[in-house]
Every structure is written in C-alpha cells, then in structure tokens.
Write a protein that binds this ligand. Structure first.
Ligand SMILES: *Cc1c(COP(=O)(O)O)cnc(C)c1O
Length: 427
C-alpha cells in the first residue's frame, strides 16, 4: 500500500460517517466477488437491485394467481390503472406535472413515438440538430426518422462537434450553432447527460435557443434521470424520454418513460402512433369510434401496463422518494468530487490518462469518463477482476459512476487504490 492510501482511507471514513444517505446502501443488493461485495461504479449502465423488488414482484404474481383476470380491478394495486402509480414519483424526478409523464415501453420506442409527433419537417425546416458522438440507438432512431420523411441524414442531421482539442461542447457553442442553423432545424434533440463524456447539458438554455429559432426541443434523459435535478416543465422542454435501468435501478429492460409538456395535453391534432391505452378511458373498449387521445402524456400510451417490470421500478422509486433528489444531488457532488480528486492524484504523473468529463460540478452528474491513450481496455478488465465494477466504452474511455444511493466514499478509495496499484505495472 502506498503511504497516501492511509490518508485517503481516513478521509473516506470521516465522509461516510457524515453521510446522510449512508444507510441507503442497505436498500440494495450488491453482487459479490471473492466472497466480498463489489465496489459498484456502473449505476449509469445498470443500477443495483432494490431490496424490495422481489417482494413487490411476488405480490403481483400472487395477485395474478389469486384473481386471474379480475386482478385488473381487484388486486392490491389494480393493474387497470397501474401506470398511474408512477406519474407522481416520476414527475418529481423530472420536474413536471403528473399528467405530463407516463411510464411505458422502452427508451428507443418512446423516442420514436415522440419524434413522430414532434419532428414534423418541412422543405425549409427539415433538420434534427444534436450533439456529436451520441448513443448509437439515438443516432439510428434519428436517421431512420429522417429517412421516414423521405429526407437524407447526410443533409438533415446536424451533429455538433467540440472545438479542436476539446472533449466536450461549450454551452456557448451549442447556443451559437442553434442560432446559426435554426432556420433549417425542425427539432433540437439533446441528451441531458452525454453517455460518453458525462457532460451535463444546459437544458433550459438549449430549449430557449431552440424555441427562439422556431424549433422544437426534446431531450433523452437516459443518463440524467435519478442522477441530476431536473425541471422540465419550468425549462419549457417540449418532450423528453428516458430509460429506467440506469440510475433509476428499474432492472434489465425496465419500463421507460416520457414527458410531454402540458401545452400538448389536449392536442388531438398532433400526429401520433396510437394504441388503445392512449384512448380516452370512457370509450377505450368501444370498437365503433375513432381514436380520441386522453389528456396529457397518457394519450401517447399504446398498450396496457407492463405490471411485472413496473413492480420492480416501484421498489426503486420508493427509495428515491424517501431520499429526495436534493440529498441525492448533494451527495453526488461530494462523492464525484472526491473521486475526481483521488483520480487526479493517481494520474498526475501519467500524461496518457485524463478525465474528459467537465470538472465544474454544474456541468456533470455522477459520472467521470477517464480517457486512456493506451492500455485502457486491459486496465478496465483488471479492475473488474479485482471487484471494482466500472465499464469500458470504445474507443478509449473507462466510465466510473458513483451512484449516491449506494456507493460509499470507501468504495471510491477502493477504486483509486486498485487503479494506482494496477498502473504501477504500465507505462
Ligand atoms: C442507455 C441508452 C439507450 C438505450 O436504449 P434502450 O431503448 O433502453 O435499449 C439509448 N440512448 C441513450 C442515450 C442511452 O444512454
């Protein structure tokens, strides 16, 4: 052990003792490696299992066993209106009104549904403007939507690149680009937090610039929900989508969600891909009439609620409500800042490693992306073998995300000491 490691351990002990959320670790199941819980830094990829997940799923299975079809109305949480359990907790997480959000489908499906309604290109205003290097699924969705309208992604997809030598975009550059290309842009579509760099975008400023240019503003919050505080309604965003298996701990393939600003709540004229669950409840089962969307985000539903996976999500949202995003955010900044400080000590004498995530806490969430000129993949694999769970993103980044609900300051020390020991073998 290096001599400064003892000091890191002392600092972590102090910080863990003062941590208001320290006990929340007990609400989660930790994978084990060599008979010891791992240090988990992949909450940005797949969050850990909430302790009550199994109980709630088993309750739904029990009600199905007991009630059969009558469970739609007679089970303890009637399945007929199951999605409504999620509106309020999700609205709190994204800063919206309950009727502006709904839990359904998966992220990429919801992105397509939203673009169907909100990407309405004309010959003059045809483009989708987004950050470069976005997540593959979003790029495929954007390109295919552009093609669906008979347009060409080569001319109708505008991707912004960071300045020469920089790893991330500045807000100033984004706003300038929106102003410059605004006339030809139908939709500005950004992530909340960029999956690769960990950069948090200024959703309020981007929305305003898009609206000033006459374009729609939509957001993919896959890496933002449950990670950073959001105020979608006040920021005036037109729509947003997210998945629930990252910081939200909803489990693999969890039910995703979407937000639609209330100004569209009763816009029956908006084109949309419809299904019976989006229809007004009074006539949902009638076959004779044509589609009448129900009020708000619920009007974009296609199918009846996916009760079993939603049961898992419920077990996680309970924890978020108890902890509160204000306390989660405060711990996130402390924990991420602590990780950043230790990493900087570790990589100080190694110019082939650098953190590409912004160092300003206001421009990032819980994730630090560490770029390696060489040996990155090998070091990633060695960290995993030692029970330090991080992830690798091609071409050159190890992502480390200390999720405040279950990561401790001691875990951060374990990551830093393990990394430093491994690096001693590499030049
Ligand atoms: C995780 C993630 C996805 C995954 O899409 P699914 O439809 O949930 O499989 C898509 N986009 C972004 C930006 C992501 O971070």
């Amino acid at each position: 052990m290096n001599s400064h490691h003892a000091s890191w351990i002392d600092q972590a002990a102090q910080l863990d003792a003062e941590d208001a959320l320290a006990s929340y670790r007990e609400y989660f199941a930790f994978p084990q490696r060599d008979h010891r819980p791992v240090a988990y830094f992949c909450g940005n990829s797949l969050g850990l299992q909430p302790a009550r997940a199994e109980t709630i799923v088993l309750e739904e299975l029990e009600d199905w066993r007991r009630f059969g079809v009558e469970g739609h109305f007679q089970s303890r949480r009637p399945w007929y209106s199951y999605h409504r359990w999620f509106a309020e907790p999700l609205a709190r997480l994204v800063g919206a009104l309950p009727h502006e959000v709904v839990a359904m489908n998966t992220l990429t499906v919801n992105l397509h549904l939203m673009m169907t309604s909100f990407y309405r290109p004309t010959p003059e205003r045809h483009a989708i403007l987004c950050a470069g290097g976005e997540f593959p699924s979003d790029r495929y969705a954007i390109e295919s939507q552009i093609r669906l309208h008979g347009l060409d992604p080569a001319t109708s997809m505008i991707e912004l690149a960071p300045r020469e030598g920089a790893s991330t975009l500045t807000t100033e550059d984004i706003l300038e680009a929106i102003a410059a290309r605004g006339q030809e842009t139908a939709l500005v579509l950004f992530s909340g937090v960029h999956f690769y760099t960990g950069q948090l975008f200024d959703i309020a400023a981007i929305t305003k610039a898009a609206h000033d240019a006459g374009a729609m503003a939509g957001f993919d919050l896959a890496h933002a929900i449950g990670n950073v505080e959001l105020s979608l309604h006040d920021w005036d965003a037109d729509f947003a989508v997210w998945c629930s298996y990252k910081y939200l701990n909803g489990g693999p393939g969890a039910v995703a969600g979407l937000y639609v600003h209330e100004r569209y709540a009763d816009r029956a004229d908006l084109p949309r891909l419809a299904g019976w669950w989006g229809n007004d409840e009074a006539t949902r089962f009638s076959m004779a009439h044509s589609f009448v969307p129900t009020h708000g985000a619920d009007g974009w539903q296609l199918s009846n609620a996916q009760v079993l996976p939603l049961a898992v999500l419920m077990s996680s949202l309970e924890i978020f409500d108890r902890a509160g995003m204000d306390r989660i955010s405060a711990k996130r900044d402390q924990l991420t800042g602590f990780l950043e400080r230790l990493l900087q000590e570790v990589i100080a004498s190694r110019d082939w490693i650098r953190i590409i995530t912004p160092s300003d806490a206001a421009r990032r969430g819980a994730q630090l992306s560490v770029h390696f000129d060489r040996h990155g993949r090998e070091i990633f694999e060695q960290l995993i073998a030692q029970g330090v769970i991080v992830d690798w993103r091609t071409p050159s980044v190890i992502r480390m995300a200390p999720a405040p609900l279950y990561t401790s300051f001691a875990d951060v020390v374990r990551l830093a000491t393990t990394l430093e020991t491994l690096l001693a073998a590499h030049q």
